[in-house]
Design a protein around this ligand. Structure first.
Ligand SMILES: Cc1cc2nc3c(=O)[nH]c(=O)nc-3n(C[C@H](O)[C@H](O)[C@H](O)COP(=O)(O)OP(=O)(O)OC[C@H]3O[C@@H](n4cnc5c(N)ncnc54)[C@H](O)[C@@H]3O)c2cc1C
Length: 391
């Protein structure tokens, strides 16, 4: 499943350039990273994957679609798709810098001041500063406007108190973009601010949460008089909701195609397993494998049709449709992966060591929750696309 058959002449050369770079760089200390860090395996080779971020930065493979004046390559949308496809095809490791690259960076390009762009974009582009997303709280997930974390401006600094939860990769991050209430007199969407908070300070306490997989991708983050510089608020103080929504609008853009390439690799592994252990002779498993293969095609064509937006614009409700399609598809693949294993799919080794299929199965339980649950995606489509009344 790849797009190389449709490449224009320049794009084919670009695809070759990426393949050559990856082949030359996924060697030596990075050779062991091939195929590492995928769903449910985020604990693998973390220091090495952080070093890999820097190598990607040296190759100028981070922020490739960003404007040249902000340090990007300003590549076409099609070329960005090619990069993500080739990255996944080579089995290059799961990114640990994606939150900065795919969420904060684009947000600063849209809403940041020139000073903020100059200060923060280079750290993302060079892979030297990692970011996490501080939105969700114990009582503010789907209902994000209910955030209670508060920040007060005193003597040139924001003083932050509160708790975030499910904060992916916070334990490895240098910075967190935090949605906090800065105007206690305002309710819901008003009076929130979008703060850029350094993680390495006494007022920040990160506690990893052990997940179903036995590993920890996400964390609780406690702010007890944590500080942020007065200038490190994106958008005007009190205008954080608009900025936060800008971030969500760019979540899952062009990288969807790389994600799908990763899905294809996972599917191939399930198919190979079914061939190896004879599971493919089972009519039910065979039918589900065919369905999974068809689903992959549907995902690709849908993404091509709906996410093919011109450079500089962001996908709207189309991204909600794509999420609603891929999340259940991926969950079904996880179920198929363990079913193909038969009884072996239920066994765990000493020290709770899981197979790749089991990790895939367990991790994909979360696909219909993060980035907005399936129910919320449906609400957005109903209200914004179909104009239906709020439930
Ligand atoms: C793997 C993973 C990584 C994550 N990473 C981050 C991160 O880095 N940063 C961050 O800020 N957050 C992160 N999250 C949190 C994620 O955004 C929230 O889990 C999600 O928004 C749902 O919020 P909740 O868990 O509080 O569930 P709730 O909002 O309490 O929802 C519970 C259930 O009720 C349903 N529901 C809620 N409201 C409605 C409604 N109006 N209509 C219909 N159904 C409704 C939901 O669909 C869900 O099934 C992550 C979550 C996961 C699973």
């Amino acid at each position: 499943m790849g797009g190389q058959d449709n490449d224009a002449a320049g794009d084919a050369a670009f695809r070759d350039e990426i393949r050559s770079w990856l082949a030359a760089n996924l060697t030596g200390e990075f050779a062991a990273l091939v195929g590492k860090g995928g769903p449910g395996r985020e604990h693998e080779f973390v220091p090495e994957r952080i070093a890999w971020e820097r190598r990607l930065g040296e190759g100028r493979w981070i922020g490739i679609g960003w404007p040249q004046q902000d340090g990007g390559r300003e590549l076409s949308w099609q070329q960005q798709v090619i990069f993500h496809e080739e990255y996944a095809r080579a089995g290059a490791p799961a990114r640990v810098g994606h939150i900065g690259e795919q969420l904060l960076g684009p947000t600063l390009l849209m809403c940041g001041t020139p000073q903020q762009r100059a200060r923060f974009l280079p750290g993302i582009l060079t892979g030297t500063e990692l970011w996490c997303q501080g939105y969700s709280e114990p009582e503010a997930g789907s209902d994000l406007a209910a955030v209670k974390t508060r920040a007060v401006l005193r003597e040139g600094q924001w003083h932050i108190h509160g708790q975030k939860v499910w904060t992916s990769l916070a334990q490895f991050s240098d910075w967190c973009f935090v949605l906090a209430r800065t105007d206690p007199g305002e309710q819901r969407h008003r009076g929130l601010s979008y703060l850029l908070v350094p993680m390495d300070q006494p007022g920040v306490d990160v506690r990893p949460i052990v997940q179903l997989t036995g590993t920890s991708e996400f964390n609780e983050v406690f702010f007890d008089d944590a500080r942020a510089a007065e200038a490190d608020v994106v958008g005007a103080p009190g205008d954080g909701w608009r900025v936060a929504m800008s971030t969500l609008a760019v979540e899952r853009g062009v990288s969807t195609f790389g994600q799908q390439q990763g899905f294809a690799r996972e599917f191939e592994a399930v198919l190979a397993q079914a061939r190896a252990n004879g599971g493919i002779a089972d009519p039910d498993l065979a039918a589900r494998l065919v369905d999974a293969w068809i689903g992959l095609r549907v995902l690709r064509y849908t993404a091509q049709a709906t996410l093919g937006v011109p450079a500089g614009t962001t996908p709207g409700t189309e991204a909600n449709i794509v999420k609603l399609l891929w999340a259940p598809w991926h969950q079904r693949l996880g179920e198929l992966a363990v079913d193909v294993l038969g009884a072996a799919g239920t066994e765990v080794g000493p020290d709770y060591d899981l197979s790749d299929a089991q990790r895939l199965f367990l991790y994909t339980r979360s696909d219909t929750i993060y980035g907005g649950s399936n129910e919320i995606q449906r609400n957005v489509i109903a209200e914004r696309l179909l104009g239906l009344p709020r439930g």
